[in-house]
Write a protein that binds this ligand. Sequence first.
Ligand code: 16G
Length: 536
Amino acid sequence: MSHNEQIIAGSAKHPIVPQHYRYGTAGFRMKADLLEGVTYRVGLLAALRSRKLNSQAIGVMITASHNPAIDNGVKIVDPMGDMLEQEWERYATALVNAPSDKDLAKIYNALATDLKIDLEAPAKVIYGRDTRPSGHTLVTALADALDATNTEHVDYKILTTPQLHYLVRATNSEGTPASYGEVSEVGYYKKLAEAFVRTMKGKRIPQVLQVDCANGVGGPKLKEFLKHIPQDKVPFAVQVVNDDVLRPEVLNLDSGADYVKTKQRAPPIPKPQPGLRCCSLDGDADRLIYYWHDPETNVFVMLDGDRISSLAASFIGDLVESAGLRDELRIGVVQTAYANGASTHYITQHLKLPVICTPTGVKHLHHVAQGFDVGVYFEANGHGTVLFSLDAINAFKKTTPQSPAQKEALDTLAALTDLINQTVGDAISDMLLVEVILAHKNWNLRDWALTYQDLPNRLVRVEVANKDVFRTTDAERRLSHPEGCQAEIDQEVKKFKDARSFARASGTENAMRVYAEAATRSEANELAERVAGIVS
Ligand code: 16G
């Protein structure tokens, strides 16, 4: 059979359900039973992408993150472990929407011609999936597309999303001076564990940490990782909870980072215990939220992505200062419109660091963070990481220290570049980072929470007939369309003290999201309701 015949035959085996599909913020994400044909076509695109990029390995991750178990999703990872280049999202959308098997082959060939891709060049795709049962069928469709296009492929089976990103970068940098680590899941654990020991420097973690894994892939992977920590060097007491991956129906159910962030409370199971340090990962372990019930004040305290971001920026900023590199390296923080105003104020006024606001979605934040030598980016929902430029990494490794304090700062910074996942937000790596910082500062969660006080805020989901009529500008902080809508929102905001509000169309659901913050909780609620009324 010719390549074309193979592509057509494979497509017939994995038919597409006709409807309009779009490669969005999280790739293609929907009910799993719509995804088999989509995944086959994504496989074709991944093969093209690898051939376009000199046969470098491309990643494909099958996950629907914090969505319920019946959903699934598929997204492409570029060679450095970052998200698919935006320009290519259009090509993905075009391939997936091909009306017939024959049209699919035509569009595939047309893309190859337009993009000057040599279809005879070698290609490589590596892939993984979360614990959803539907993942198995989707992986089969993906593998068939890779076989049809004569593409070498490696199935890493069940992984967290950040592990797949790690493996893509490790594969492409193997044997080069920029090697990112051993090309295996164990290599990922070894790299993190070794960097954790180096950054802890014998410091102690005084209390147990309870980690809620949303009954997702993070549970077994975290347990596996913990086996690699030498407990004699860093005693780290972790209680892994909500780690049942055998009953798919409990995935992300009343648990996980998204539950804690949106409900602003601890998961009901296990029963919350005042004073216990807790954190939650989401279903594919790329988001992290800390929290505890303060036994003194009897208040639930949540430490979200904004808090992790300001904690990391403050710690790394101080280390860069102690390392004598403050004038050489540009440190900056990237947030979205959802960042609590108090965090932005704390970072700009207290830490004296620049903050840039981007539209929602990791690809936007990641891209802007790459413009700094130390770019800290987190979404309020707990997804984020810290990126170090090559100049920064070289400075940490090559500067000759003039004092023991400077040496210590340089060593810690160098170890942090290994501890922090440089490809994408990674809940396990971020959790280790938080633990390291708290141990160095000798802080508990109360100390951390006291750095600033969040402005009361409210997030509302609004059902609308057609979300596409709403268009935003100014990093999603203002509506440009429909005309007049923003003026109405401005009128309402003016009526409240210290208030801010915006409305944006969701990138993952057919709904609008409205965010409001104000001086008091009741005012934030009131403002959110009024703005919701304007867009509904
Ligand atoms: C996706 C994004 C996340 C963003 C969320 C917004 C990635 C990997 N994930 O989950 O960053 O916060 O979408 O969802 O980019 P929304 O558009 O429905 O509000």
